[in-house]
Design a protein around this ligand. Sequence first.
Ligand SMILES: Nc1ncnc2c1ncn2[C@@H]1O[C@H](COP(=O)(O)OP(=O)(O)OP(=O)(O)O)[C@@H](O)[C@H]1O
Length: 261
Amino acid sequence: MMTLLKQATEKDTAIHAQHVNVFYNDYQALHQIDLEVKRNQVTALIGPSGCGKSTFLRTLNRMNDQVPGFRVEGNIFIENQQIYDSKIDIVNLRKNVGMVFQRANPFPMSIYDNVAYGPRIHGIKRKKVLDEIVEKSLRYAALWDEVKDRLHASAIGLSGGQQQRLVIARVLAVEPAIILMDEPASALDPIATAKIEELMLELKKSYTIVVVTHSMQQAARVSDQTAFFLNGKIVEFAETKKLFTNPQFQETEDYISGRFG
Ligand SMILES: Nc1ncnc2c1ncn2[C@@H]1O[C@H](COP(=O)(O)OP(=O)(O)OP(=O)(O)O)[C@@H](O)[C@H]1O
């Protein structure tokens, strides 16, 4: 146990998955996943449909716990804690490891209340403090200028791209260390997508990001490291530039050159 912990406390390692297997009942969706995510980097997970990218992402903040038949083996260390340890506080884990989904999912309430939602749940009540958190989070999510005059209007009235940045602001408001993004721009037009990508590059200065994407161009544009998944295994994990220009495995080369998937 001590040696595992020691490995996980490398200063620049935010997430350390070690020999992770995931099952849905008898079906094994992930096989022996080993992955080290570096702090303040964007790590992209790519691969054909059904290869296990979302399963792995969701395993990182225990989003799969409620799925019937879900079972995980191996270790996942985040901030020196084995997140599947029985002593882990899951509410705290999800605060520390926020998640943004493919479809923006603002709550049916005002823009302000969406962002204040998490801090309120965590016990912050003073209006002045909430006002500050809401402004800071919206500024960080590059949305403040577009919504500052209608903070109390419904979030549902925002465009798809604005809704996705609002969801990011909602995640930032509880001060996570890590942000997981599951195809965050796949439902957006190219301009809204470019804004999300710009935002990711800005956010990595303060946060660690893991993003699932179907777009290899997007992975190449935003990520520092890329993991290529195939049939529930990581075929190759490397610096993004290297993976796309000089892949070490035939399967990686076939995928990035569009020969399958
Ligand atoms: N809740 C579940 N119950 C049973 N099997 C599941 C469940 N969720 C995913 N799977 C299976 O696990 C495998 C991996 O799925 P996963 O969604 O992680 O892949 P993915 O790479 O994210 O795919 P996509 O790119 O299409 O979203 C698939 O074979 C899928 O059918």
